[in-house]
Write a protein that binds this ligand. Structure first.
Ligand code: SAM
Length: 216
């Protein structure tokens, strides 16, 4: 239940040293993996972008503890590496603005989010019309949101919601093809590996946070 979450009242009260041993004054989280599960993407991003702070958020205690242990073990085995990746146990649908400032994220990931098939449960989808304003608020202009799912209906839902929101624009297939992160999306996470083993198709879509036409 929510009362088990503790969180800072505002982002500048967060002590990032507790999560990132490599944290330096002035450094901020730039990549966010929402519902990071067992952390496969965090590990890979940490290797590919050693100078970028990468944060995973995960609501399940056991799963976030697992990721924490996984990162600790990697840091011990490879001194000087993986200090730029961390996991935070929290509800991404409620507390992100308590941790993150306006416009600080360059990349946000939604890989294999829970589909919540029933119509009455659609409001629990991690991408929904109310919460997109919050994600747009956290992203810098030009930043990219990455989504992947094997559930076609959820893919369509995410595409519809992001494209109908005025601050996001779908990235073209051509541009997706040039983005080095895109090939990771379908198979780098534990859920992606499961889907790959089952031979199911993965639907990927990316969206750019565009400039607010009302403030530019
Ligand atoms: N992205 C991972 C992957 O591809 O392997 C995990 C996918 S799993 C199907 C969805 C994850 O999102 C679960 O681990 C779940 O606990 C987490 N999750 C669901 N709702 C969440 C929320 N509101 N805040 C944070 N994590 C959430």
């Amino acid at each position: 239940a929510d009362h088990t979450f503790s969180y800072p009242a505002r982002p500048n009260l967060m002590d990032w040293r507790t999560l990132f041993p490599a944290w330096e004054q002035g450094k901020a989280v730039r990549f966010l993996d929402v519902g990071c599960g067992y952390g496969g993407l965090l590990v890979r991003l940490s290797e590919l972008y050693p100078d970028t702070l990468v944060l995973g958020v995960e609501i399940r205690v056991k799963v976030s503890d697992y990721v924490q242990d996984r990162l600790m073990a990697l840091r011990q085995k490879h001194p000087g590496s993986y200090g730029n990746a961390a996991v935070l146990r929290t509800n991404a649908m409620k507390y992100l603005p308590n941790y993150l400032e306006k416009g600080q994220l360059r990349k946000m990931f939604f890989l294999f989010p829970d589909p919540h098939f029933k119509k009455t449960k659609h409001k629990w989808r991690i991408v929904n019309s109310l919460i997109l304003a919050e994600y747009a608020y956290l992203m810098e202009e030009g930043g990219i949101v990455y989504t992947a799912t094997d559930v076609e209906e959820l893919h369509q839902w995410m595409v519809e919601h992001f494209t109908s929101f005025p601050l996001f624009q779908r990235v073209s297939e051509g541009e997706e093809g040039e983005d080095p992160v895109v090939p990771l999306l379908s198979s780098v996470t534990e859920e992606g590996k499961k889907v790959e083993r089952a031979g199911s198709r993965v639907f990927v879509a990316c969206f750019r946070r565009i400039t607010d036409p009302l403030t530019s």
